[in-house]
Write a protein that binds this ligand. Structure first.
Ligand SMILES: Cc1cc2nc3c(=O)[nH]c(=O)nc-3n(C[C@H](O)[C@H](O)[C@H](O)COP(=O)(O)OP(=O)(O)OC[C@H]3O[C@@H](n4cnc5c(N)ncnc54)[C@H](O)[C@@H]3O)c2cc1C
Length: 507
């Protein structure tokens, strides 16, 4: 049994966890825990790029329009004011953004943006950022990384917080400051662009610890996830492809976005996804087409090399063939409620990145604002932590044993007899069918009833294992999303309820 006390514990090693760690005073001892390998998560999959607020007024307006004016204005201003510094830090840490022959940055455009303002590294911006940040973390003597270790609970105490994790064994670590940077909730849905380790753990753990969670009904569906029936993670066709001129066609080959919005294919994501969904119903289809065949082949291959190769490996030459796409779960606007310094309502517990609800995105995120939000608020948390005195609290062997005994006590008399894989599949199916792009109260109420029953049976069959916690986290997050959706009475941003027949909701 390890008993270790750190100055800071960071849960998650995507962009926000890594950037927090790298900006904390080198004299502080940091422990980073990650469910998979260092750098895993959605960040390394980001294609389009990162917003650079080179034109503050129009960026402010675009962010508000995309977010249906539900955004916290202070949060957007903070994001803008600190964007240049944070992006410069990324560059200092070794991130290489695309430049023209004269060395000027190249900017691209995505849905909802009125100007080209997105920095990118070809179509693999996330991979480049994570490469640079993980290289730096590996060099830092004050940062210890524990891979393949799932945090399962946080116990908040007066002076110090305890983090319980399962890797090769059950461990408890202590720190004055704990940063939750566990990413989104994608794997709560059957179809998602998020990787397998993204199951909403941080939000469920925070909720169990008594931390405020809000706006969970605002789930973003990306309009162009590559259509497939059996993949665990759907390939994303970046919005930047539409930014460079791709168009959407229904299965009859007709362009349709002009019927729904003046910005056509570059309308905000919620509008494009809802429009596609309506088109799918009208044409009785499961997918539409993304068409880039009118663009120059060399341009496509050079600008989107990864997307081009991925499609080619599936037998689709996008310079000649249409790609089948449909709206796919992609991002969560809600989550752990934080103030502008990343603080939650519990002392010493912070959150940043996709699991945090800072208020920047409102009811729907403007494309490419999330990587920026990740670094700006991670940096603010680091500043906050740097100003906190080193922890005086000492942990004795007796304290540790008492904490663990108490924690383990909850599990002593139980043995899980449930089929966890089956429960997980069932939940993902419910979320996909009834809690998707267009919802209705009847289906939501019925789904909540089923999910409450599943949650109860899991709680009656507690088990101290990684798999058990992943499933209870998925169930907890689903419940929070559905409750939020039932409670919200107006259609706003990514939250859309309509009285459709149930069979219309099945994709
Ligand atoms: C395919 C794709 C493309 C995208 N493209 C863009 C883009 O172009 N621009 C943009 O701005 N945004 C984009 N996004 C969104 C953006 O990438 C994410 O919102 C952002 O990267 C999230 O970063 P994060 O650090 O919060 O979480 P992540 O990068 O998801 O990292 C979460 C980390 O937490 C760990 N973790 C989770 N649970 C636990 C646990 N219980 N215990 C220990 N560790 C845990 C994970 O293993 C992982 O290391 C994209 C997202 C996807 C999926």
């Amino acid at each position: 049994m390890d008993c270790l006390k750190y100055d800071v514990i960071i849960i998650g090693t995507g962009i926000s966890g890594l950037f927090t760690a790298l900006n904390i005073d080198k004299r502080k001892n940091i422990l980073m825990l990650t469910k998979k390998a260092l750098g895993s998560g959605s960040s390394e999959l980001a294609q389009g790029g990162i917003v650079s607020c080179i034109d503050k007024d129009s960026h402010y307006k675009d962010t508000l329009i995309a977010g249906s004016y539900y955004n916290e204005k202070d949060a957007i201003i903070t994001l803008q004011d600190e964007s240049e510094d944070s992006i410069n830090k990324l560059i200092e840490l070794g991130v290489d953004f695309d430049k023209d022959e004269s060395g000027n940055f190249l900017y691209t455009k995505e849905g909802g943006h009125s100007n080209a303002r997105i920095l990118h590294h070809k179509d693999a911006t996330g991979k480049e950022i994570i490469r640079a940040l993980t290289d730096k973390v590996r060099e830092r003597k004050n940062i210890k990384v524990l891979e393949n270790t799932s945090v399962i609970d946080i116990l908040s105490k007066k002076e110090i917080n305890a983090v319980i994790s399962i890797g090769d064994s059950l461990k408890i670590f202590y720190a004055k400051s704990v940063v939750i940077a566990t990413g989104g909730i994608g794997q709560v849905y059957k179809n998602t662009t998020n990787p397998l380790d993204i199951t909403g753990d941080g939000i469920a753990i925070a909720s169990r610890a008594g931390i405020n969670i809000c706006d969970m009904e605002f789930v973003q569906f990306h309009p162009t996830g590559m259509y497939s029936v059996d993949e665990e993670r759907r390939t994303l066709i970046s919005e930047a492809v539409r930014g460079e001129g791709a168009v959407l066609r229904n299965i009859k080959g007709e362009r349709f976005m002009e019927k729904y919005h003046e910005m056509k294919e570059l309308a905000p994501r919620d509008i494009v996804s809802i429009s596609i969904f309506k088109e799918l119903i009208e044409t009785n289809s499961d997918y539409i087409f993304l068409d880039v065949t009118h663009l120059d082949k060399d341009f496509i291959k050079n600008r989107f090399p990864n997307i081009y190769e991925k499609c080619l490996s599936l037998g689709i030459d996008i310079s000649k063939d249409y790609v089948k796409v449909s709206p796919t779960q992609h991002y969560l606007m809600g989550g752990i409620e934080t103030n502008l310094n990343g603080r939650t309502n519990l002392n010493g517990i912070f959150a940043c990145g996709e699991c945090a609800r800072t208020g920047v995105h409102g009811a729907n995120r403007l494309a490419s604002n999330s990587l920026l939000e990740g670094i700006v608020f991670a940096n603010r948390i680091s500043r906050e932590i740097n100003s906190i005195s080193f922890s005086e609290a000492s942990i004795s062997k007796e304290d540790l044993e008492k904490d663990l005994k108490l924690y383990k006590g909850k599990f002593n008399n139980f043995n899980c007899i449930l089929d966890l894989d089956d429960i997980k599949d069932n939940i993902k199916e419910i979320m996909e069918k009834y809690v998707g792009v267009i919802k209705n109260d009847e289906n939501l109420t019925r789904s909540l009833d089923t999910i409450n029953k599943i949650k109860q049976s899991l709680e009656n069959n507690l088990k101290l294992s990684k798999d058990y916690f992943e499933v209870i986290n998925i169930v907890t997050v689903s419940k929070l999303i559905i409750e939020g959706a039932i409670k919200r009475k107006e259609n706003i941003g990514a939250h859309f309820k309509a009285d459709l027949r149930r069979d219309c909701i099945v994709r």
